[in-house]
Design a protein around this ligand. Structure first.
Ligand code: ATP
Ligand code: MG
Length: 386
C-alpha cells in the first residue's frame, strides 16, 4: 500500500511536555488535511498517512509541507515487516540511475536480520535485477531506504522531502505581528510562527494619505501567511490622526521615533484585549535609522507587559528576501504602494534618540487620547487558508 511517512524532530527534546507537543502537532496536521479522506496512524517516531485518493497525493504533500513541527516526509510503499515480503518487493525495483545504495533502518530490533546485513542482501537482489547498475556508497544517484518500524511495517522509499521544521503552531502561545506592506514583517511572522507562536496581525494605515490598494496588499500578505498558520485575525487601525498630530507638534527628526512608540502602545493594548503574549516586528539591526540599538531601546521602552520578538534582527536584506521568495510573499511585498511610515517622512530622522528627548516631544501630545481614538478606528478582518 502506498503511504506517506511523516517525521518530526525537536519534539524529542521536550521531556514531559512531549505529549502536549505531539497532540498539538497531530491536531495541526489534521486541521491542515481537513476535507481530505485518509487514514492517520501514529507509530513510535513516525506518523503514517495512507488510504488517500492517489490523485490528491501531491495536494496532500504540499499541505504537509506547510505544517510546523514536521521535518520531512517520504512517499513510501508500506509492506509487512517480513523478510520475504520485503525481498519480493525489492525484486521489482527498476533503477533509473547507474548506481545506488540501500539503507536499512530498524526501529524494531526484533526484526531477525541486522540493518547492515539486510542492506547487503537487498543490494544483491537489486544488482541481480538491474544488470548494468553498481553500488555506490558515498554519492549514490539513487538511495533505496527501508525503514522497519515498531508497527511491524516496513516502508520502502527513495526520496526524503524536506519540510518546515520548527515547533507545532500554538506550542509557544499567541502573539501579535506588526504587519506592514514591506518585505520584512511577513518574513518575521513566518519565522516566529515556525517556532510555535500562533499569530494575529496589526496593520496601521493612514487613509487618505495611504490608498485602499496599500491596505489590500497587507490583506494579501496576511492571507499568504495563512498557508502556514491557517487563520489570521488582522486588526486594521487608522494611524492618520496620530501622524497628523506628531507632524504638527513634534520636531520632524523625532517623527518616526514617536510614531513607533505610539504604534507600540497601541499594539500592547491590542495584545491585552486579545490575550496575546508577545509583539513581533520585522526590524533588522541597522537597516534604517529607526532600527538602531538606541531606536529600539526607546520604542521597546514603552512596552511593559510583553516581550518584543524581532526574528529578522540579525539577517541581511538578501537573506530576508530569500525567505520571502520561498514563502511566496515577496512578489506582493514589492508592489509599489506607500506605507504609513512614508507619509510626512522627515529628511533627517534621528539615529540615536534618547528617552528624555522622546518624552519631551511626547509632552506636546495627548498620547492617551490618540491611542484611544486609534483603537476606536479598529477594523477586524479574519483571514483563512483557501
Ligand atoms: P517591513 O519590510 O516589514 O515594512 P521595513 O524594513 O520597511 O520593514 P520599517 O518600515 O522601519 O521597516 O518598519 C519596521 C517594522 O515596524 C516592520 O517590520 C513592522 O513590523 C512594523 N511596521 C512598520 N510599518 C507598519 C504598519 N504600517 N503597520 C504595522 N506595522 C508596521
Ligand atoms: Mg516598511
Amino acid at each position: 500500500m502506498r503511504a506517506i511517512l511523516l517525521r518530526f524532530g525537536e519534539l524529542y527534546l521536550k521531556g514531559n511536555n512531549r505529549n502536549i507537543f505531539e497532540s498539538l502537532l497531530i491536531s495541526n496536521i489534521k486541521e491542515k488535511l481537513k476535507g481530505e479522506s485518509y487514514r492517520f496512524e501514529k507509530t513510535f517516531g513516525r506518523y503514517v498517512v495512507s488510504k488517500y485518493d492517489l490523485d490528491k497525493e501531491n495536494i496532500i504533500i504540499e499541505k504537509l509541507k506547510t505544517v510546523f513541527g514536521l521535518y520531512s516526509i517520504s512517499v513510501a510503499q508500506e509492506l509487512d515487516a517480513d523478510v520475504e515480503t520485503i525481498k519480493d518487493y525489492i525484486k521489482n525495483i527498476k533503477l533509473k540511475t547507474e548506481n545506488f545504495k540501500v539503507v536499512v533502518k530498524r526501529a524494531d530490533k526484533s526484526f531477525p536480520i541486522t540493518s547492515m546485513d539486510f542492506a547487503k542482501i537487498l543490494g544483491g537482489i537489486i544488482l541481480d535485477n538491474n544488470k548494468s547498475a553498481t553500488v555506490e556508497l558515498y554519492s549514490p544517484k539513487t538511495t533505496i531506504y527501508v525503514d522497519i518500524r515498531l508497527n511491524k511495517k516496513a516502508y520502502v522509499f527513495d526520496d526524503i522531502i524536506k519540510c518546515q521544521g520548527g515547533l507545532p503552531l500554538g506550542s509557544a502561545g499567541r502573539g501579535l505581528l506588526l504587519l506592514s506592506g514591506g518585505i520584512d514583517s511577513p518574513v518575521a511572522g513566518y519565522l516566529i510562527a515556525k517556532r510555535g507562536l500562533k499569530l494575529e496581525a496589526l496593520h496601521f494605515h493612514s487613509y487618505p494619505y495611504t490608498s485602499d490598494e496599500a491596505k489590500d496588499k497587507v490583506i494579501a500578505l496576511a492571507k499568504k501567511l495563512c498557508d502556514y498558520v491557517d487563520e489570521i485575525k488582522l486588526h486594521v487601525v487608522s494611524f492618520t490622526k496620530v501622524q497628523e498630530a506628531i507632524h504638527v507638534h513634534c520636531r520632524s527628526e523625532y517623527m518616526i521615533t514617536i510614531m513607533r512608540r505610539i504604534m507600540m502602545r497601541i499594539a500592547e493594548k491590542i495584545c491585552e484585549r486579545n490575550e496575546l503574549g508577545a509583539i513581533v516586528t520585522g526590524e533588522s539591526l541597522g537597516q534604517v535609522a529607526s532600527q538602531t540599538m538606541q531606536s529600539m531601546t526607546v520604542t521597546g521602552g514603552v512596552v511593559k507587559e510583553c516581550p518584543i520578538f524581532r526574528p529578522c534582527i540579525a539577517m541581511d536584506k538578501e537573506e530576508i528576501m530569500e525567505i520571502a521568495n520561498n514563502i511566496g510573499t515577496y512578489q506582493t511585498s514589492i508592489l509599489p504602494y506607500e506605507d504609513c511610515c512614508t507619509v510626512f517622512l522627515p529628511k533627517n530622522p534621528v539615529i540615536k534618540p534618547t528617552i528624555e528627548k522622546c518624552e519631551k516631544e511626547e509632552s506636546f501630545l495627548d498620547i492617551e487620547r490618540l491611542v484611544d481614538e486609534a483603537l476606536q478606528s479598529e477594523e477586524v478582518i479574519v483571514l483563512n487558508r483557501d
